[in-house]
Design a protein. Structure first.
Length: 388
């Protein structure tokens, strides 16, 4: 099995479905170009049948982007596929992403259908899409809650119909990591033609397990991961690109799986998406949150100043953040204060440092945000006292 994981970014489709996150075409092109620079393999540009604006965006992104594959979403409906194919006509590499619900919930309570009829509709959709493009991805919506034996039948049938990628979404974010991994392994072991398609993961974060489920799927044979920048998406969001990419990079020695992402562009892309979509990133968000590389307790600060790796498993520079932050708070120790003083150009002997530190603690108990000006004032006060 290949050790290259394809990154399929759906920020502009699943991510953009979030209320308040809508972008106009110009903004979408800006994000698509940033995703290209970041090095993603596939950009899901929209769901063209859903609105004229979505259609136009897929057309314009197809023109603007040169090398990633551009994909358009459809239901297993001929009209959707016709419109998607039309929207992709300028794509250098175009893919139609079609599919249907396969869980009992979807079959009986959404589609009012039965399992055999669903397989037939999936197969027909893939064959129909193949008339337009060679690259057709099939999604089995709610695969997370679909019986494995039935799912294997669906997947075998759509691969025989020509699907090049088979997407196994945990649409409702229901599965546990070992369960999702076992589902992928079941397909690897029980779908005779599975070697003819790439298995894709598409996990949602309702229980906060989207990244863990995605990684578990990859460890069991998936070689495409569907992700969004900052993990934005329906409800609690999708799997976040930065978490999957940095997990694989951080564990490369043991897992041996790599992506084509230029990780140094991660932070910039995260800021761009957050700003354009007006969607703040939570401060403790893994990899890109404001606090992801900030240290505030005295013990940690001392450890990081002695050797960054004592408390950091990633180099911030690798994700495009210049340096770790040593925050000055009431929990900070002398080491952190000394470090900041040195950055400000103050070299204090031990006695003076102790004196400034005592005053610093009094101030930090009253004030959350200690600025460089405050530090300079404390040094000034101590110096004046000395000369009195
Ligand atoms: O979550 C999901 O199942 C989806 C599909 C349409 C791929 O977004
Ligand atoms: Zn989704």
């Amino acid at each position: 099995m290949s050790d290259r994981l394809y990154i399929f970014d759906t920020t502009l489709r699943d991510g953009e479905q979030v209320p308040g996150c809508q972008l106009n075409t110009v903004e979408k092109i800006e994000v698509a170009k940033a995703l290209q620079e970041l090095g993603v393999d596939v950009i899901e540009a929209g769901f063209p049948i859903s609105s004229p604006g979505d259609f136009e965006s897929v057309v314009e992104i197809s023109k603007a982007v040169t090398w990633p594959t551009i994909t358009a979403l459809t239901r297993a409906v001929q009209k959707d596929i016709d419109v998607a194919a039309e929207s992709l006509k300028y794509a250098k590499k175009g893919r139609i992403h079609t599919g249907i619900g396969t869980s009992d919930f979807h079959i009986y309570h959404k589609l009012n259908s039965n399992p055999d009829a669903i397989i037939e509709r999936g197969v027909e959709a893939v064959k129909y899409a193949k008339k337009y493009v060679e690259d057709v991805e099939f999604y089995a919506e709610d695969a997370g809650r679909t019986d494995n034996e039935y799912l294997a039948r669906v997947i075998e049938a759509v691969i025989k119909a020509g699907a090049t990628v088979v997407n196994i979404p945990d649409t409702t974010g229901y599965t546990l990591p070992h369960e999702f991994g076992a589902k992928i392994k079941y397909l690897v072991d029980n779908v005779p033609n599975i070697h003819k398609a790439i298995i894709s993961t598409h996990c949602h974060n309702d229980l906060g397990m989207a990244t863990a489920n995605t990684i578990s799927g990859i460890l069991n044979g998936a070689r495409q991961a569907e992700v969004t920048i900052n993990g934005i998406g329906e409800r609690a969001g999708n799997t976040s690109l930065e978490e999957v990419v940095m997990t694989l990079k951080t564990h490369y020695k043991t897992l041996g799986i790599e992506t084509g992402v230029n990780t140094k562009k991660i932070y910039g892309t995260s800021r761009l998406v957050s700003t354009l979509m007006n969607m703040p990133v939570q401060p403790n968000k893994a990899v890109v949150g404001r606090n992801a590389f900030a240290h505030s307790s005295g013990i940690h600060q001392d450890g990081v100043l002695k050797n960054r790796e004592n408390y950091e498993i990633m180099d911030p520079v690798e994700v495009g953040i210049n340096e770790s932050a040593i925050l000055l708070t009431a929990r900070s120790g002398r080491a952190a204060l000394k470090h900041r003083l040195e950055l400000l150009g103050f070299e204090l002997d031990k006695e003076k440092l102790d004196e400034v530190y005592e005053e610093f603690l009094k101030l930090a108990d009253k004030k959350k945000d200690i600025r460089d000006d405050d530090i300079a004032l404390l040094v000034g006060d101590a110096t004046r006292k000395e000369h009195r």
